[in-house]
Every structure is written in structure tokens, then in C-alpha cells.
Design a binder for this molecule. Structure first.
Ligand SMILES: [Zn+2]
Length: 318
């Protein structure tokens, strides 16, 4: 495999996504990308021009998309509750979108995990009066310098105002705005800090980055993620929903149970193919050359993770 060619292809995909206003987030394992760019920084800068789309679901829950991960919003007498916070430079666009829903202030912010495209907005929401709730590993990673090798980026400790104000280990139930929110820890999955947030009355589940709807997912081995953890989380999501549940992925459009099943099946199939090749003694380059993702590339490879990158992410964990 030609590493230079791969990085050029991936960069072109990135720029295409960027020009469409997609959430800027480029991802690749170290051996597929050189040191010639830092797309965490680029992604953050692109937040300034992100166009925020608002989709109303049901039960007072809406989704804001366009800046980092999908943001869920529940309005009501206790103020708005947000699931994930977008990119800091999208503050104006996100604030306008929230004001377009109603005038209630944001009182609670839940982080699905520690990644920047879900937590960069923490500081400004907190400064505006929101409590921040997360699994304890989210606060751990935000509190200290944390490197993500695949992004070639070391995140410095976050300022105090950006840290979760309340953390939990396994499960947390919130009764707010006349309804119940169930927060559940997945165990190590996409990272070691992932939680789901279920709006139980509305039958809406936010999966964080345990589901990228229609895209190969990133897996952050630097902070406890793995392909097997990602598959366990995909199974947990399927077990948790019904045919009526609306499901908000970390990235991609709102979907349903059939989409979760298709995603789980894709993960399991590719894991099996990559594991078999690795067991035969094939190197990463040889495994990528065998194209274990070929049947899936057209449908799943058009976002930030192409088939080669996803193959490398799976190879690292089998
Ligand atoms: Zn993530």
C-alpha cells in the first residue's frame, strides 16, 4: 500500500466533507497518515462556519446537527437539557438554533463521552449556568493531558469550567421536565467513557459514538476503545430498543433499530474477515490489500473513515 496516496485520498475526502459543512473530524491510524497536518485543529476552526440544522423528533426532543456530534435537546420547565455540546466556535450558531426552539436556558448538559467534538462546548454552556453530567472517565480524560494517537493530537487539560460537575460510574437516572432520562455506561466501547442517554417516555435513545449511522466508525484505542467493545455496545443498543425507538447516533442521521442491526452486522462481518487474515499471519498492509471491507465501502466509506482506515482500526484489536 502506498501510504502517501492513502493520506491524499483521505485528505480529499476530508476537504469534500468540509466543503459540505459536515462536522470536521478527520481520523486515521498513525501508520496511514503522516505528521503533515492536524485535523483536530482544522475541525475546530471549521466549527465557526458550521451550519446548524434542527430536526424536531417527539416528546419535546430535537436534534441539532452540523457542529461535531449530534446534539439532542429536551425543553421544559426545568430548562433545556442537552446531550453533547458541539464545537466551541459554533457557539453563535448553536445558540441561535437553541433560541429558535424556545427561550428556556440550558440548565443541564450531558456528555456522551470525552471526545472534543462532543465536549468542546462544555465551557461556554457551564459559564451560562449549565451543570455538566458525564461518566467518570470523561472527567478523567478532560482533566489531564490526553493523547489520541490516531489524531496525532495531545489535548491539554481542560479549564475547570469545561469539566463535568457531576459524574457517575454505571447508571444515572434523571427526572427533569416531567420525564425520565436514563444514562447508562457501556463499558469500554468507542472509548472507555461512553454512555447512552434514553428519553424513556419519548422512546428516543442517543447512542453517542457507539453508532455512526451509515459510516465506518472511529475507534479510540488510546482511551480504551476496541473493535470488540464497539461490537458489545452495538449489541447493547439493539437489545435496548424496540421497533418504535428513534435513535440518535453520534454522527449521521437519526435512525431506527434496523439501522443498528445493519451496523452491528457490518462490524461483526469485517471483524471476522480481518481476524482471519491476521491469524494467517498477514501484516496490516497485506490485510488492507486483501480488501476485507470491499463489500461495504460504497455504503459506509464516504465519511471520515474509509475502508482502509477501518481495516487498520479493526486489525489493531484482533
Ligand atoms: Zn467520539
Amino acid at each position: 500500500m502506498n501510504n502517501k496516496q492513502t493520506s491524499q485520498v483521505t485528505r480529499r475526502q476530508f476537504l469534500t466533507c468540509a466543503s459540505l459543512g459536515a462536522a470536521g473530524l478527520w481520523l486515521a491510524p498513525r501508520d496511514l497518515f503522516g505528521q503533515d497536518g492536524n485535523l483536530v485543529t482544522v475541525s475546530r476552526d471549521q466549527g465557526a462556519s458550521a451550519k446548524i440544522a434542527v430536526q424536531k423528533l417527539r416528546g419535546g426532543v430535537s436534534v441539532l446537527s452540523g457542529s461535531g456530534g449530534n446534539i439532542a435537546v429536551l425543553s421544559g420547565a426545568d430548562g433545556k437539557i442537552l446531550v453533547d455540546a458541539g464545537l466551541t466556535k459554533s457557539r453563535r450558531g448553536i445558540a441561535e438554533a437553541l433560541a429558535g426552539i424556545d427561550a428556556d436556558p440550558v440548565r443541564h448538559l450531558i456528555n456522551t463521552h470525552w471526545h472534543f467534538d462532543h465536549t468542546d462546548g462544555n465551557e461556554w454552556f457551564n459559564s451560562a449556568g449549565a451543570r455538566i453530567i458525564a461518566q467518570e472517565n470523561t472527567r478523567k480524560h478532560l482533566s489531564t493531558a490526553t493523547r489520541v494517537e490516531a489524531w496525532h493530537f495531545t489535548f491539554p487539560p481542560s479549564p475547570t469550567g469545561a469539566l463535568p460537575t457531576e459524574v457517575f460510574k454505571q447508571d444515572l437516572t434523571l427526572h427533569l421536565n416531567g420525564t425520565t432520562l436514563a444514562l447508562r455506561y457501556y463499558g469500554p466501547a468507542h472509548t472507555d467513557s461512553d454512555i447512552s442517554v434514553e428519553f424513556t417516555d419519548a422512546e428516543i435513545l442517543h447512542t453517542g459514538d457507539t453508532w455512526w449511522n451509515g459510516h465506518f466508525p472511529f475507534i479510540d484505542y488510546s482511551t480504551g476503545g476496541s473493535i470488540d467493545g464497539a461490537i458489545r455496545a452495538a449489541e447493547a443498543n439493539i437489545a435496548r430498543v424496540t421497533d418504535k425507538t428513534l435513535i440518535i447516533p453520534g454522527h449521521g442521521p437519526v435512525g431506527d433499530k434496523s439501522g443498528l442491526i445493519e451496523f452491528r452486522d457490518m462490524l461483526v462481518t469485517i471483524r471476522g474477515k480481518v481476524a482471519a487474515l491476521k491469524k494467517q499471519g498477514k501484516s496490516l498492509d497485506e490485510t488492507v490489500a486483501a480488501a476485507p471491507t470491499a463489500d461495504y465501502e460504497a455504503k459506509w466509506g464516504g465519511f471520515f473513515i474509509n475502508g482502509k482506515t477501518f481495516t487498520a482500526l479493526v486489525y489493531a484489536g484482533v
